[in-house]
Design a protein around this ligand. Sequence first.
Ligand code: AMP
Length: 509
Amino acid sequence: MNTAANANLFSRLFDGLDDPGRIAIEQLDGTKISYADLIARTGQMANVLVSRGVKVGDRVAAQTEKSVQGLVLYLATVRAGAIYLPLNTAYTLNELDYFITDAEPSLVVCDPSKAEGVGAIAAKVGARVETLGPDGKGSLTDAADKASPEFKTVARGNDDLAAILYTSGTTGRSKGAMLSHDNLASNSLSLVDYWRFTKDDVLIHALPIYHTHGLFVASNVTLFARASMIFLPKFDPDLIIKLMARATVLMGVPTFYTRLLQNRALNRETTRHMRLFVSGSAPLLADTHREWSARTGHAVLERYGMTETNMNTSNPYEGERVPGAVGFPLPGVSARVTDPETGKVLPPETIGVIEVKGPNVFKGYWRMPEKTKTEFRDDGFFITGDLGKIDAKGYVHILGRGKDLVISGGFNVYPKEIESEIDAMPGVVESAVIGVAHADFGEGVTAVVVRQPGGAIDEAAVLNGLEGRLAKFKMPKRVFIVDELPRNTMGKVQKNILRDTYKDIYTKK
Ligand code: AMP
């Protein structure tokens, strides 16, 4: 509950700071930034934003490599009452054109090497351009260094926007999810409690900060708790294992955990100082969960969220963290499973589409009122598009995105069910099941399987292994063995790429 007079996320984060000298951020070069420093720097940056014409409610778009100054830019934008719009660093100029013309920011911050290209796009919407490089240097910080640290935080209401994050857009165009001050603050405060964050925590921050996970979950939770974070420019398994000796929490995507498991230095001793490993943004294989527990003695805590909703569910801090499940709805969040066609609420253990409601759920898609309307039920529940079920104990399970559902011969086939069977076979690392156009069946169930190095598994062995374990209509028509699955930077398997790769296999003459 917000009791502050001002609902600005920045005020909620920093008003009433009782120990300003406490360290908020530590960098690899040993630089330490206290809470007081951080606030002063955001003041300087907010003054620069205002001097560049950024007004309350304006968008500030940023495509910059991860840096503390990038985080300061986010906080300063919010402090100035403007709306922060981070952009994936992988986006090309062509893609940036869409985001910038759609969002119409008044300021765009980009890497110095892209200033010219971005400048041409920004000019179309009358936006100014400032630069910020991975070393924290650029026209933006040059100006901020000279600016006053004094800045009066702009008062905002709970429902005013603090950020717009574009969805990754694997189906159709990316949409801008509008997130309010209270969406962000309430969710982070809830996680501080749920995950027992205190000022003694030290988070290893190795996630990108253009996505909800690294920007909001990792950073806001740490700052709300008055804890500190070790800010890494990127994921580096050797370094992370070393840092565990003095850190307490790691937040990661599943690929962090699979890659850390490949490192022989990971063991009970090297993780002894840690109290919590959180995973999310993509499914953590149950095998990875078990292997992690066996190697380190820590059960990874898996949670489920999305750009539009912040975090929805989490495995418990105390109590069983179930491999393959994403836990219970967070306090204040309601979750239910419905029939995708009729919207009827389904009983426990029944598969359907997951819907959520709560203070965490976004305000709609930027300039897409019609699209927004179709994604919400009349009673305010947001239709996540994720397929799943709630088990008898109340744990939520995710079975994949609705768009990944395969319909073969008129039957619904849930990829996760087949993937779990294949993943459990000896010699298999992981698998992805997709639907591919098929003349007889509409879609043919197709499995793409990653074999263990030196493993002998092949198509026939996978099919034999599934024989008798799955109903006939769920059996893959073809199995392809590959070295790895295509993943995006958040560790999500890109099934759209697989569907494209295999699109002709049943139709090609
Ligand atoms: P994004 O908006 O990029 O954060 O992606 C959100 C989507 O990631 C969700 O709708 C889910 O499909 C997926 N996701 C996030 N966390 C998990 C998880 N723990 N297990 C399975 N899928 C997840």
